[in-house]
Each structure stands twice: as C-alpha cells, then as structure tokens.
Design a protein around this ligand. Structure first.
Ligand code: P71
Length: 473
C-alpha cells in the first residue's frame, strides 16, 4: 500500500496545550469526569467530535469575506441553494443554525402526535426531536449493527423485514416517515449500501411513505459505496452522492460534518409544500428563511465546503486516517467496532473493561481514563448517552462505546500515534480501572452536562481513606 499523505498543505497553525498528569487530574475532577465539561485549553488532542471542528480551506475563508449580511434576500443564500442543487440535486433549501435545528423543523412538519418514525439506529438529537413532536422512534437497522465484531460491509443498512413488520403492525398511515442516516453515527460510522437505499425506496413507494435522510455524513457513506459495492468502483464520489440522494424525498443536514464548516445546517427537499411549512417555522425558531440562524458568511462557507467534501482524494485521506488509528489499536488487541467507520474509531468499552457492569458506566470511565493518561479527549456513546425510557428506566444499549472522533483536515498521523499509544497504555492496565456513578443527572440529553464520581470514592469515604482521583490513577 503506498503511503497516503494529506492532499493539502498547512497555511495556518493553532498551538495546543501540553499538560501534566497533575493538571489533567484536577481538570477531569473539575469536569465531573465528563469529557463534555472539560475546558478545551486543558485538552491536548481533541477527539470529542468531528462536528464543527473541521479546518476550513483558503477557498472557504475567501468565500466568507464575500458573505452578504443583508437581513433578507442575501446572495449568500443563493450561493448555498446553487451548491445544494448542483451537488446534492435538491431544488429547495431551508437553512438552519445546525443539524438539530433542521431536525426540529422536519419533526414538527412531518409528525402528527402518536405517529411512528422508523430509523436505522437512533441518534440522540434526532430521536429527542421526534419524541418532542409526539412521535415514537423505532430502530429498524440490521442486527449486525448492534454487534461490534460483525464485519458486515454495510452495517448501516435498514432491515427491510423490520421495516415491513412495523408497517404491518401500526399501518403505513401511522408512519410519519422513515429516516435513513448515511453513515450511521451510533453504529460506528457505518455505511448504507445503494442497494439497500433502493430497496427502502421501493417499500416507501408501495405504501406512500416519505423517505427522508439524515445526510450528515453522506460523503463518507458514498466513499464506502465506491470501495465496497459492486458496480461503484472507480465512480467519483460526487456522482455516487447524487445517485444516493436521488432516492430521497429530502434530507436534514448538519453542515458541521460533511460540509466542512464550524456551524450550519439545512433542510433540502423536492416538495414545495414541505418547504412552505419549513419557512413558516424557521422564522419562529431560527431566523429568516434566507439565513436560518446563520450569518451570510456561514452560508457561503457551507456552499463551498459541501463541494470540497466530495473530493475523492480528500476522502481517501480522511477515511484512511481514521483507519490508520483503528488498525494501530487493533494490532495491539484493543477491542474496537469493526469494520472501522468513516469519522471515528469506536472502542468497545464493554469488552475493554469487561470486569465492569454496564451500570458502572464503562465507556464514561474509559473516556475519563484516556484523558487522564494523555490529555486526549473522547466521547462516551453508551448507557449514559442512551438516557432513560418513557418509564424513567435506564436504557441499556447493546453498544457501550468510546468514540475517538477525527476532525476533518485538522490532525496528522503523528497525532494519531500519540492517541494510539495512550489507549494502548490504558488497555495494558485496564484491570486496575474501576467505574463511575452519577452525582448529577440532567433530565434530557444527559451525557452533555451530567457529573460523575469514581465508585471507589464511596467505599474509600466509608473507610475514612482519602478519595483517589480515579481508580488506578
Ligand atoms: C457528533 C454530533 C454532535 C453531537 C450531537 C449530540 C451529542 C453529542 C454530539 C450531530 C449529529 C449527527 C447526526 C448523525 C444529527 C446531528 C445533529 N453529531 N445527525 O457526532 O451526528 O447535528 O450537531 O449540527 O445539531 O458529535 P448538529
């Protein structure tokens, strides 16, 4: 395999902080052992998320300088619409401040309270907006998606039998729409095949069900289709994206991922009636329909970034970098979700800390331990993220993961080596690590702001011993 270097060169740099173990102990304690509550200045390599953390290109920065900040009718909006039409094939666009703004609007527009919304695995903000609109989410992803060791090439696929069973059970008229995410974040950044999208479209056509997509990471999905699906080798990603999207009635987009911007999102669709409703709502919740809570310059940056993200060389390097990190961990025996996904390496925290029960919050614990070891920030994607069900009971998701999320065009493979070395060090002393417990649990999207303490602290306090920073620390 020839080495794949960055298909860009570095024109501007941002210094990052190096910390000592003592500083990191103080920082994680102050953050209630929640990596979301750490200060960025205390973080060395920030793999919390790939959302809004991209480096923009010189072209994007130039476009920003040309942004039109008129309150209404700005040409920046026209630029976004043109770019969406050309690259995604949707004629109609409604900008929003970010992805969840678009999710909020589409949930309100398409869901009548009491209806059902199938999707290929939940995403936190997506499901919350569906529930707030009175809908009930149903997971119709294939079973392999819930198995970290399954090497299915398209682990994001919709299970057509599960979708059909839901239609049979509740009736097609009680299904608000089906939401197909490309790629599937919570499954590990796993793609959906073109064949599966086509098959879902057929079912939707048969029953008159709206087919929507969460297209947040669509470029990465298309790259996997090019790599893995018969008939797509050698086809440009831009072409595959157009074909993928041709099957959908519309999309919600978080521009903070595959549009390579720090803020922004939108709805895009074909149906004028949906656009009209979106425009009625966007003025209440986001801003005028031509800016949707964004500055004109943000719209221009997004218009340029969404095109850049479809570049084959960029994607080969991008996904190659994620793979580089994943393969280094695999070589050391660290359990990770396979196949390695598009935006992140997901560590199987349940297997990594198999001496902890899920209620001892293995993924939350592991994220804190990795930070303590090296200042690398990751994100819990397990029982804490899954929250509670309608009866107030903790959901126990099959996947208990720590996500090492790679920002786009930001870090080099030297950074990936530092991350791999740190995770491997923690892996080697995993038996010393003990769990965490909630000390404050926030009622919605609890992973963002909840606080924790080491479980050993309780025992230590009872015995009158001083509280350690974290078990094994
Ligand atoms: C990610 C994020 C950002 C995030 C959201 C919630 C908790 C923690 C971090 C955002 C997504 C996403 C998908 C598939 C919609 C959104 C919302 N992801 N769909 O992975 O991944 O977009 O953040 O722009 O509102 O870190 P938004």
């Amino acid at each position: 395999m020839p080495a794949i270097a960055e298909p860009y060169r570095i024109k501007m740099v941002e210094p990052i902080t190096m910390t000592t173990r003592e500083q990191r102990e103080a920082a994680i304690r102050a953050a209630g052992y929640n990596t979301f509550l750490l200060r960025s200045d205390d973080v060395y390599i920030d793999l919390l998320t790939d959302s809004g953390t991209s480096a923009m290109s010189d072209r994007q920065w130039s476009a920003m300088m040309m942004g039109d900040e008129a309150y209404a009718g700005a040409r920046s909006f026209d630029h976004l619409v043109e770019s969406v039409r050309e690259n995604y094939g949707f004629p109609l666009v409604c900008p929003t401040h970010q992805g969840r703004g678009a999710e909020h609007l589409i949930s309100k527009i398409l869901i009548t309270p009491g209806q059902h919304v199938p999707g290929n695995m939940y995403f936190t903000t997506t499901r919350v907006h569906q529930e707030l609109a009175g809908g009930t989410f149903h997971d119709v992803i294939i079973d392999e998606a819930h198995d970290p060791s399954s090497r299915h090439p398209f682990k994001g696929n919709v299970d057509l039998d599960k979708f059909q069973a839901l239609i049979d059970e509740v009736g097609a008229d009680q299904i608000a729409y089906i939401n197909v995410a490309v790629t599937v974040n919570m499954a590990g950044g796993q793609p959906v095949s073109m064949a599966n999208i086509r098959a879902v479209r057929e079912i939707c056509d048969r029953y008159g069900i709206i087919l929507w997509s969460d297209a947040t990471r669509l470029a990465e999905n298309a790259w996997f289709i090019q790599e893995r699906e018969d008939g797509y080798a050698g086809r440009p990603v831009a072409e595959i994206v157009r074909e993928m999207l041709s099957h959908f009635d519309g999309i919600t987009m978080s521009g903070k991922k595959d549009c390579l911007v720090n803020i922004g999102g939108f709805l895009a669709m074909r149906d004028e009636a949906i656009l009209t409703k979106a425009r009625e709502l966007v003025v209440v919740y986001e801003g005028m329909p031509t800016y949707g809570g964004l500055a004109g310059r943000d719209l221009d940056a997004m218009a340029v970034g969404l095109r850049e993200a479809l570049d084959d060389d960029y994607l080969t390097h991008r996904i190659g970098q994620v793979r580089y990190l994943g393969e280094r961990l695999q070589a050391a025996g660290v359990p990770i979700v396979e196949p390695i996904g598009g935006h992140a390496v997901f560590i199987d925290a349940a297997a990594f800390l198999d001496h902890l029960s899920q209620d001892e919050l293995p993924a939350q614990t592991l994220a804190a331990e990795i930070f303590l070891d090296s200042g690398v920030r990751s994100m819990e994607r397990g029982i804490v993220s899954a929250g509670r069900d309608a009866d107030g009971n903790n959901r126990h998701p099959k996947l208990e993961l720590v996500r090492l999320t790679i920002p786009r065009r930001v870090y080099t493979n030297s950074h990936m080596d530092v991350v791999a070395d740190s995770v491997i060090r923690v892996f080697q002393r995993r038996r010393e690590i003990q769990g965490l417990t909630f000390v404050y649990e926030s009622p919605t999207l609890r992973f963002f702001t909840s606080r924790f303490e080491p479980l050993v602290a309780e025992a230590a306090l009872e015995e009158g011993r001083p509280e350690p920073a974290l078990a094994g620390a």
